[in-house]
Ligand binder design. Structure first.
Ligand SMILES: Nc1ncnc2c1ncn2[C@@H]1O[C@H](COP(=O)(O)OP(=O)(O)OP(=O)(O)O)[C@@H](O)[C@H]1O
Ligand SMILES: [Mg+2]
Length: 397
């Protein structure tokens, strides 16, 4: 496989999948083969990548690391509900146009002085329109900036599923052609093809048109070895044996019926917390006292506290204060084969069991944990006025 020619950033490209793994590793991102293959193909084929997966599995970090590795500038478009093209693509700088018009009042007056009536004055002004709809008054937002950038960039379009479908339509031209059309000015074609990474938490389906233009990769929680390697690489200060055990516990928690499953970053936070507290042994008590680092809902915390003793040690006697309330079955209850992760069955009856879940949650526990936010809160505050703006039907795509 041949390496790409040297780019203006000095980065010589990726010689192959193993090279991607190496280069990302140097910058602290531990990529597995599947992910590295996608990155390699992205660079080789100049295709955008769409990363989908639960919160905290390294989607955003992948784009940041790609920028570091390649020495490219990172341009980021953070998507939110109600977002429109004026914050994504470009907008005309009306304030500046107005200022110029006022400063040139005399000039404008002289221009229309000869006009016999209003209609001809308007015609005279219209002839000057191009002076005001020129690049001078164009405020480029991240998408246009990526296309016009004189040096190669990584363009991160983060959490695209939070934006409305209309914004996806705006992206199509860019993703397929690496160009942006501004009706008043024409078409801007990328000087250097940007590496484009889109991320999604899967809170809604993305359009087939968008998916078709991208290499698609579903990121999930890593296997135990890679998660341990990530923890090691973050130098959390937690002894290796404890970190290994912690990873097993977290993997067990992910099997529970939690609203928000612990992410990689939360495992790292937990490891740091335990290290700072000088934890020498990973007991259910030590984990219970710090479980709020990874578990963010009361109901999840209850379930976690209930599960921790058997996750830490499947044969342990469960102290009463750590056991759930009126769980209804004895201690030492077998929750399944150890190597499948204890607690793999999730729909146990309890005081906060199926009925309550049905009442509160969207159907499908996987959705809720997977999406991270569920329908609990708006994903992002919508800046006032944004939602009300509509997409003008002036875009041909
Ligand atoms: N493969 C990895 N190698 C090294 N660190 C990782 C890896 N995956 C995740 N991390 C760590 O997890 C943290 C969270 O990752 P990131 O912010 O990219 O998650 P995300 O998938 O974008 O989550 P969200 O959907 O919530 O935005 C990163 O800051 C990084 O420290
Ligand atoms: Mg992210």
């Amino acid at each position: 496989m041949t390496a790409e020619p040297t780019t203006p950033t000095g980065h010589t490209g990726f010689a192959g999948v193993a090279d991607v793994i190496d280069q990302f590793g140097v910058h602290g991102y531990l990529a597995d083969e599947r992910l590295a293959t996608t990155v390699f193909l992205q660079a080789a084929l100049e295709k955008p990548v769409l990363l989908e997966g639960p919160a905290g599995v390294g989607k955003t970090q992948l784009a940041k690391t790609l920028a570091e590795v390649t020495g490219r500038r990172l341009l980021r478009l953070q998507c939110y509900e109600g977002q429109d093209e004026t914050t994504a693509l470009y907008e005309w700088d009306y304030g500046r146009q107005l200022l110029y018009t006022q400063l040139m009042r005399e000039k404008v007056g002289a221009l229309v002085a000869e006009a016999p009536d209003l209609a001809s004055a308007v015609d005279l002004l219209a002839d000057q329109e191009s002076a005001f709809f020129s690049e001078r008054f164009l405020a480029a937002r991240p998408l246009l900036e990526a296309i016009r950038s004189p040096e190669p960039v990584v363009l991160l379009i983060d959490e695209i599923d939070r934006a409305d479908e209309a914004l996806e339509a705006v992206l199509l031209e860019l993703l397929a052609e690496y160009q942006v059309s501004v009706p008043e000015l024409g078409t801007f074609v990328a000087v250097h093809t940007p590496y484009v990474i889109l991320t999604s938490n899967n809170t809604r389906d993305l359009s087939a048109a968008l998916k078709r233009r991208c290499l698609h990769l579903s990121l999930d929680y890593p296997d135990a070895e890679r998660e341990l390697a990530i923890i090691r690489s973050k130098q959390t200060g937690l002894a290796d044996e404890l970190a290994r055990h912690l990873v097993e516990v977290v993997r067990g928690l992910r099997q529970l019926d939690l609203r928000k499953a612990p992410s990689i970053s939360e495992t790292v936070d937990w490891a740091r917390t335990l290290a700072v507290l000088g934890t020498k042994e990973l007991t259910a008590e030590a984990l219970a006292a710090t479980a709020h680092v990874v578990v963010k809902y009361d109901r999840d915390l209850r379930r976690t506290l209930e599960a921790l003793p058997r996750l830490v040690d499947p044969n342990a006697e469960v102290p009463d204060h750590l056991h759930g309330h009126g769980h209804g079955h004895g201690h030492g209850h077998d929750h399944g084969a150890h190597d499948h992760g204890p607690g793999t069955h999730t729909h146990d009856a309890g005081p906060d069991g199926a009925a309550e879940r049905l009442a509160k949650d969207k159907p499908g526990r996987h959705d809720e944990a997977y999406y991270g936010t569920g329908n609990l809160a708006p994903a992002r505050a919508v800046p006032s006025g944004q939602g009300a703006r509509s997409f003008a039907a002036r875009r041909p795509f």
